[in-house]
Write a protein of this length. Structure first.
Length: 126
């Protein structure tokens, strides 16, 4: 149960950080381009890569703290970081075709999913 609480606490902090970073970026650069989301996705991906090494190879932290940071905080801050880490793992294993398919399917599948959901809601709630 302690692990779940740690993840929930990390998730709450990640959500607040996502909102703060995103809105601050939009205030700074404007809203003509999704700069806020881009900033969150890139910084979250950087943090995932950095923290995976630091938390698993360099520092000796409890599993709860690792889960709070990697699953809770980064999972709430951006799921794009997990997407990027999965892609990197596939690349490190030499699976170039696999990671290419994963990236294309993830990006275009997500765009298709959001479009179908959007249209579905429009039709359902006319």
């Amino acid at each position: 149960m302690t692990t779940y609480f740690a993840i929930a606490l990390g998730g709450a902090f990640g959500a607040v950080c996502r909102f703060w970073i995103s809105t601050s970026t939009y205030r700074w650069l404007g809203t003509d381009f999704p700069f806020g989301t881009l900033m969150v996705n890139i910084s979250g991906s950087f943090l995932m890569g950095f923290l995976v090494i630091v938390l698993t190879e360099k520092w000796s932290l409890s599993e709860e703290l690792k889960m709070a940071l990697l699953v809770g905080f980064l999972g709430s801050y951006t799921t794009f970081s997990t997407f990027a880490m999965d892609g990197l793992n596939a690349l490190n294993n030499g699976a170039i075709l696999k990671v290419s398919a994963y990236v294309l399917i993830s990006v275009f599948g997500s765009l298709l999913g959001v479009w179908v959901g959007y249209l579905g809601a429009r039709l359902l709630f006319r």
